[in-house]
Design a protein around this ligand. Structure first.
Ligand code: MD5
Ligand code: FE
Length: 203
């Protein structure tokens, strides 16, 4: 049995913290209003990973840069309401490792296909870096890399499975991180995607 570990200072892995059936159903509902899409980036490309958001604020990218927006640039409408089930999950995961006042106002949902990856980057579009970030893995397994203060070099690697939750607090939330190329799951060859739901306090 895998138990909660501090995989990096102030970074906690909560293995099998949640079931994912309800999460998947709620994602289906959200993407009817705000579908997954790649977003343009300032360097003239598109994000590798299709994404969407729910909650008061959503992370967006365009030719101008990265920021949080109260509306979906595809429709001009507010993002879908964050399901209470999502909010409570993020809250209880944060509280389980000592962050008792976490209140997510932003929820980013990433969709990874087999063969896709997320390059090394820092998350720095939020206003209050003392607030933790909570991330939930659904579907295909992934190897997550934490590089530390440099973009590349030697990384701490963490395997993430369906239902695993990570909480990034303190200094760890400013670390460079990446997701290695997603592979098929030999234990479940029919599985085609990994979803990651990231909860943030953005404002
Ligand atoms: C993922 N997503 O698996 C990850 C989970 C993203 C992203 O990285 O930006 O959409 S969030 C992991 C994370 C968040 C904030 C800080 C750190 C890692 N960190 O300092 O290592 O789709
Ligand atoms: Fe990130």
């Amino acid at each position: 049995l895998r138990s909660t570990t501090e995989v990096y200072p102030q970074t906690f892995l909560l293995p099998s913290f949640t079931q994912t059936k309800m999460l998947r159903q709620l994602i289906v509902t959200i993407i009817k209003q705000a579908p997954f899409r790649k977003m343009a980036t300032p360097n003239g490309h598109y994000t590798n990973i299709p994404l969407t958001n729910c909650g008061d604020w959503g992370w967006v990218s365009d030719e101008q840069g990265y920021r949080y927006s109260e509306t979906d640039p595809l429709t001009g409408h507010p993002w879908p309401t964050m399901p209470d089930y999502f909010y409570q999950l993020a809250n209880s995961a944060a509280a389980a490792v000592g962050f008792n006042n976490f209140s997510a106002d932003a929820c980013l949902i990433n969709q990874y296909k087999i063969g896709s990856k997320l390059g090394s980057h820092q998350d720095k579009n939020e206003r209050d870096f003392t607030q933790p970030i909570v991330s939930v893995s659904i579907g295909l397994p992934a190897t997550f890399q934490i590089f530390g203060h440099r973009r590349s070099g030697k990384a701490v690697e963490i395997n993430l499975y369906d239902g695993d939750v990570m909480v990034w607090g303190g200094q760890s939330r400013m670390m460079y991180h990446a997701v290695k190329t997603i592979k098929a799951n030999p234990n479940n060859p029919a599985q085609r995607y990994r979803y990651n739901i990231t909860f943030r306090s953005s404002q």
